[in-house]
Design a protein around this ligand. Sequence first.
Ligand code: ADP
Ligand code: MG
Length: 252
Amino acid sequence: MVFIGYKRLTLTEAPRLEITNITRRFGGRPVVDDVSLAVMPGQVTCLLGPSGCGKSTTLRIIAGVERADEGEIRMDGKLIAGGGVLVPPEARGTGLMFQDFALFPHLSVGDNVAFGLSGTRTEKRLRVRELLEKVGLHRYVDNFPHELSGGEQQRVALARALAPRPKIMLMDEPFSGLDNRLRDGIRDETLAVLKDEGTAVLLVTHEPEEAMRMADEIALMRRGRIVQRGAPYNIYNAPVDREAAAFFSDVN
Ligand code: ADP
Ligand code: MG
């Protein structure tokens, strides 16, 4: 029996995503330095750390758009990178959301969500409806992105990323472009949709508050390394050192 966060897991529950000893150097300098990390099915893991610590590079390596110099990545136990294996990004089963989530401006909301879907027209239409209903925007199925508010566009982007049922959602500071007044509400709505779909998530953020709000498990990163991991409550209450405590100090 092992404990991860508050959830008690049997050893038969395997990680959705597992990265082991990943290192990436730029000009000889390790930007990602021996990072190991697991994301369990249905859980949100936050990779949290200050700007420049290597979070986006880690996420890009997992997505397959950046290579690692060392280490291995497994999805549902299957090797997708490392040891001579390099599965291309589109075959990894990852969904992506970034700050600049740009919808296709010339496609309707419904066609944006349907974009990555395969199957018959009816199957696609049903999946689009299901997702737009989950994000509360089905009435806009035939509208165009510019007719929606920023927060609504964000929800359409979420629906689009979830439509093909990714094995894991990789989210890189997806809320940082949003108005302060909207952000908390959109974080909560996003979390509810992700939990409802049962999608595993690796969320990158430099904001402790966001990690505290959304994570089942936090991995605290600093200068390329993971320095602490655990449930949000535990990390907040027992930071590994003074630097970690200072980093959390403005969360209330
Ligand atoms: P974070 O997302 O935590 O802000 P990044 O992963 O974007 O950090 O970057 C970590 C460090 O790696 C930064 O110092 C950045 O300048 C450097 N870096 C990222 N990509 C490259 C690259 N392609 N070439 C050289 N340095 C890079
Ligand atoms: Mg970044």
